[in-house]
Design a protein around this ligand. Structure first.
Ligand code: FEO
Length: 171
């Protein structure tokens, strides 16, 4: 197949796929921790986030292959599995979203430099998605911080209402 993007951009996309899978693994680990803490709605929220990150990785893989480039998945570091508090877990989730956002912006800058309109165009979906994901991770951290450890059942109630409204009311 004729390559439609440069090797440099393809390498950056392969690295981005690794970051998306890492984010997915990290959310699975956070979801598992919340399950063992007896907080099923927080568990469900992070399981849903893990699935979304896998979807992001798959979208990047499809784009890479459509552009005629090889998939070269990097090694994925182990995620953090233990947390001192719900706040620490939510902070880590926000930090991950910010890291992924920076990485997508850098990818966009590279595509602009390379005059690569295909990649610039396909990255717009991810840029919009990151705005929503950073905002939602930031909001959840604020709510968890305000509730404190003793108020986590309020957070569960908030998420139950939100997940029902989104039609995702399952573990
Ligand atoms: Fe795929 Fe939440 O970044």
């Amino acid at each position: 197949m004729t390559p439609l993007i440069s090797k440099k951009v393809a390498a950056a996309i392969n690295a981005q796929i690794g970051l998306e899978f890492l984010a997915s693994h990290q959310y699975e680990a956070i979801a598992a921790w919340f399950k063992l803490e007896g907080l099923p709605r927080l568990k469900a929220h992070f399981s849903k986030q893990a699935a979304e990150e896998r979807d992001h990785a798959h979208r990047f893989i499809s784009y890479l292959l459509d552009a005629g480039m090889e998939l070269a998945l990097p090694a994925i570091p182990a995620p953090q599995c233990r947390f001192k508090s719900a706040e620490e877990a939510a902070q880590l989730a926000l930090d991950h979203e910010l890291q992924v956002t920076d990485s997508i912006k850098a990818l966009l800058n590279l595509a602009e430099k390379e005059n690569d309109h295909f990649t610039q165009n396909s990255l717009q979906w991810f840029i919009n998605e990151q705005l929503e994901e950073v905002s939602s991770a930031d909001e959840l951290l604020q709510i968890i911080s305000r509730a404190g450890d003793a108020g986590l059942l309020f957070v569960e109630h908030y998420l139950a209402t939100k997940l029902e409204a989104d039609g995702d009311d399952k573990d």
